[in-house]
Ligand binder design. Structure first.
Ligand code: F0G
Length: 458
């Protein structure tokens, strides 16, 4: 029986990658203060830093780019984009932005503010930063299973409805302008949210008249997991499932740099006309005229085409299976991987990988540095560097110490993934010798991007 799921495309244009020596990488990493965000991309062999804006566009998307209409107002590209997004989401008002966080910034500016509370299954870091910058409090309510990296669950991305109800009762519904659901739940491992959880969230919010906004960056991956795992959905198309997911919400923020398969773009979609009016006024001041947002006309064409391609089930089968394939290879060798693997990335559990390093020695940072030194693989720490704090000498760690290997869409082939797995397994074999790190410089906000580190002596 034939079991191999092949990449559902052939390659028309290639970009060479640079091979380096271990000695070269040691020098580069030291010069970058052991922070992979400060390493030049050309010094990376396989870049698994993020799945954001790193997709390979299709020949049809490149053709659509040539068809872009760059008129300031009323561009034909906008109407094509608007029609595709309306058909997909069913929302009434579609506002293009240059990426997801620009949509978040507008939404939180018009609906957030001091004293407001925003619940979410888990806020992504820019979502949290935008909520907090507006003066609001961002509250994460993942289900308890989400924090157990070694326990399987079909929908570990769900929101905890009991805690949500408690929060609304304690806070008062007037203080909650909307509740969010992040599909898939990036921060807990790219785990999906079930249709039942979306529907039940909607019902609970209805009783308090609180709107629901989806963070829809990875909506197609989420819909495909529902098709695979949730009773009653195997016979539906991913498009039908996506329609149903959106039907329970009052709007969404979207980073098109993920499931619209483009390198730049996003949107805010809303049903409330008053809110949309306010959003558009702000858009004109910060992003651009409402028929292009922060984008060129051609980008809108590429998004419209990408949204059609991402719903192709041969693509989604390959996408989800290739991430799972990566995870399975590591699990077979005993590498501690967050299970089940999510939609866009494999997450290594650095606390179990490097049990000799306590959180304050940043095991995730140590592991990410080692993967680069061993094989030029770039990953990202999602642990106490990103979410921990040290206030007045008191260290507060993150709930999980993870290293994320995010897979860009349609970019790497199976042999790149095989190679990356071999590098991780090599590092795993010599894990006891890996040193911890200390921070030698940090900026006041979002320190992971620019902090400096040095290895500690074990
Ligand atoms: N929401 C989620 C769940 C995200 O993962 C991201 C970005 C955003 C919002 C913001 O969108 O980048 O277009 O402004 N995630 C990237 C990542 C940065 O690497 O996971 P954006």
């Amino acid at each position: 029986m034939i079991k191999t799921i092949i990449e559902p495309f052939k390659i028309k244009s290639v970009e060479p990658i640079k091979f380096t020596t271990a000695e070269y990488r040691r020098r580069i990493l030291k010069e970058a203060y052991y922070n992979l965000f400060l390493v030049k991309a050309e010094d990376v062999l396989i870049d698994l830093l993020t799945d954001l804006g790193t997709a390979a566009m299709s020949s049809k998307q490149w053709a659509a780019i040539m068809d872009g209409d760059e008129s300031y107002a009323g561009s034909k590209s906008f109407f094509k984009f608007e029609e595709v997004v309306k058909r997909l989401t069913g929302f009434r008002y579609i506002i293009p932005t240059h990426q997801g966080r620009a949509a978040e910034k507008i939404l939180f500016t018009i609906a957030g503010g001091k004293g407001k509370v925003i619940p979410n299954n888990t806020h992504f870091d820019t979502t949290r930063a935008n909520a907090e910058f507006s003066g609001a409090e961002a509250v994460d309510l993942p289900v308890p299973l989400a924090l157990e990296t070694d326990k399987y669950g079909d929908f570990k991305g769900d929101i905890d409805l009991e805690k949500l109800d408690d929060l609304i009762k304690r806070t008062g519904k007037e203080q909650i302008p909307f509740c969010m659901l992040t599909l898939t739940n990036n921060s807990v491992g790219g785990q999906p949210v079930s249709m039942k959880n979306i529907r039940d969230t909607r019902e609970l919010l209805n009783s308090y008249e609180i709107p629901l906004i989806l963070d829809a960056c990875r909506f197609a991956e989420n819909a495909y997991f529902i098709k695979l795992r949730e009773p009653g959905y195997s016979g539906k198309t991913v498009e039908e499932i996506a329609h149903e997911m959106f039907s329970y919400a009052d709007g969404c923020t979207m980073s098109a740099k993920k499931d619209a398969l483009v390198n730049i773009g996003g949107f805010l979609a809303l049903n409330d006309g008053n809110l949309a009016e306010k959003a558009r006024s702000l858009l004109i001041m910060t992003e651009g005229f409402p028929t292009y947002g922060g984008l060129a006309g051609r980008d809108l064409d590429a998004i419209a085409q990408g949204l059609a391609e991402v719903l192709d089930e041969d693509y989604l089968k390959y996408r989800i299976r290739s991430v799972e394939y990566f995870g399975d290879k590591l699990l077979r060798e005993g590498v501690p991987v967050l299970v089940p693997t999510g939609g866009h990335a494999v997450f290594l559990d650095a606390s179990r990988f490097l049990p000799h390093l306590p959180a304050r020695m940043y095991p995730g940072q140590a592991l990410a540095a080692e993967l680069y030194l061993e094989g030029g693989i770039r990953s990202v720490e999602i642990g106490s560097v990103m979410f921990g704090k040290e206030t007045d000498g008191v260290f507060k760690g993150a709930p999980l110490e993870l290293v994320r290997l995010a897979i860009p869409r349609r970019v790497y082939t199976q042999s790149h993934i095989d190679f990356a797995a071999e590098i991780i397994i090599e590092v795993f074999k010599r894990r006891e010798k890996i040193p911890g790190y200390r921070i030698t410089y940090e900026p006041p906000y979002l320190r992971h991007f620019t902090a400096h580190f040095e290895p500690t002596e074990n």
